[in-house]
Design a protein around this ligand. Structure first.
Ligand SMILES: Cc1cc2nc3c(=O)[nH]c(=O)nc-3n(C[C@H](O)[C@H](O)[C@H](O)COP(=O)(O)O)c2cc1C
Length: 166
């Protein structure tokens, strides 16, 4: 698991190869096993495999690079979230944890991924017919990497960790 955590990289260039359906399912399933505040599980996942739809998504997604085999759009279902800014933030954390689970399982299957927040939400809602009460918050691109990128600089543990008091 530690290897997966350290080995996973954001991948922005993919080979022209398909992820088997059963592997994609394992990736998606990892999402539903994420922890969730109050166990609300406010997530919805829209899976896009159709090449022509992916091409359309690219047109309004400046943060999407390469030609992924699959795009998963992770959404918050507002009907599963109690009102208030705090609950909205919790729902975002839930979805982020689902996304990380998915990326780690993808990595364990040799599949590269990239989280993408830079996309036009109203455009994706319209294209994928996402209902009003469902908010797309993050996309994951998935595919076999051309190569695994080198690790970016990470802030050292000593710099970010504060023992007992800040
Ligand atoms: C919430 C979030 C949003 C991100 N949005 C984008 C994006 O729109 N486009 C992109 O290429 N990468 C995006 N990334 C990937 C980051 O750039 C990447 O995680 C960071 O550079 C560290 O690299 P690593 O993932 O290989 O460790 C995003 C990452 C996170 C966590």
């Amino acid at each position: 698991m530690r290897d997966a955590i350290k080995g996973r990289r954001s991948v922005r260039s993919f080979r022209d190869e398909h992820i088997p359906e059963e592997h994609l399912r394992l990736v998606l399933e990892a999402g539903v096993w994420a922890p969730s505040g109050g166990n609300a599980q406010p997530w919805e996942f829209v899976v896009v495999r159709e090449e022509s739809t992916i091409e359309k998504i690219k047109l309004f997604s400046p943060g999407l690079f390469g030609n992924p085999d699959v795009i998963v759009v992770l959404c918050v279902n507002k009907r599963r979230v109690r009102g208030g800014k705090h609950e909205e933030l919790i729902a975002l954390m839930d979805v982020a944890m689902a996304a990380q689970n998915m990326m780690l399982v993808a990595y364990s299957l040799g599949v590269g991924s990239c989280p993408i927040a830079s996309f036009n939400k109203s455009a994706i809602k319209e294209l994928l017919e996402i209902p009003e009460h469902v908010d797309p918050v993050l996309m994951l691109s998935l595919g076999y990497p051309d190569e695994w990128p080198k690790p970016p600089k990470k802030r050292p543990l000593e710099e970010v960790t504060h023992y007992e008091k800040y």
